[in-house]
Design a binder for this molecule. Structure first.
Ligand SMILES: NC(=O)CC[C@H](N)C(=O)O
Length: 229
């Protein structure tokens, strides 16, 4: 299985994502610059956190016009696995690959600390190694993580089981404590907390590890290879 970690000017969690793949599942992984026009070699695309284009206008509002985003849209359409973390989540919503928007935190402050999350949907390719309702510790670090969508979209999110993670203690004012969602097909997930920063007890939590093992197991299930469970 081959991973791409996208890199935009201002990304700062790209190396953490790369290392998380290397250290949790040891699968091949490449950095892919935002000008790339071919992602056909990759099975999973990680859109990392950071301050792409300096967060000008709105977080992710400029990055979504990067050439590579056309390829991300094609990959999403083809059912490949796509995970947007923090700024990556913001980019995916700006690109219309996930519904809703991320607004300024209701505190108007940048929040950077561990959060307790509830795994609401453990059926996505990114969450199968968690139990439904399990509480996990994953850190956040953002200024615009306040998830919002209109009533109609919220009804659809609930009906289609698209809410993947919720916060136990809402740190930013997100609607219905939403910390992460997926698209209708479940192959595109976006989340504000950083699982790549929780893959080793030295980092304070290992709870993010299973996102990476889940991805590999989902891919192996589809391709008939032995799982790493
Ligand atoms: N860690 C991040 O990806 C931060 C995202 C974005 N720059 C924000 O402050 O909301």
């Amino acid at each position: 299985m081959k991973f791409a970690v996208l890199v935009f000017p201002g990304s700062n969690c790209d190396i953490d994502c790369y290392k998380a793949v290397e250290e949790t599942i040891g699968e091949p992984v490449d950095y892919v610059w935002h000008t790339a026009t071919d992602l056909s070699a990759y099975d999973c695309i990680l859109v990392p956190g950071g301050f792409s284009y300096g967060d000008y206008l709105r977080c992710g509002a400029i990055s979504r016009f990067a050439p590579v985003m056309n390829e991300v849209a094609k990959a999403a359409e083809a059912g490949k696995f796509i995970l947007g973390i923090c700024n990556g989540f913001q980019i995916l919503t700006e690109a219309g690959l996930l519904p809703g928007a991320l607004l300024r935190n209701n505190s108007m402050k940048f929040r950077c600390h561990d959060t307790s999350l509830k795994v609401v949907n453990n059926k996505t390719p990114f969450t199968t190694d968690y139990s439904e309702g399990e509480e996990i510790i994953i850190p956040i670090a953002h200024g615009e993580g306040n998830y919002y969508c209109d009533d109609e979209t919220f009804t659809r999110l609930k009906q289609n089981d698209q809410i993947v993670f919720t916060y136990s203690n809402n740190p930013n004012g997100s609607l219905a404590d939403i910390a992460g969602i997926c698209n209708e097909q479940g192959n595109v997930v976006g989340m504000m907390p950083h699982p790549e920063r929780a893959v080793n007890s030295l980092l304070g939590s290992e709870d993010g590890k299973r996102m990476f093992t889940s991805i590999l197991n989902a891919w192996r299930d589809i391709h008939g290879a032995a799982s790493v469970r």
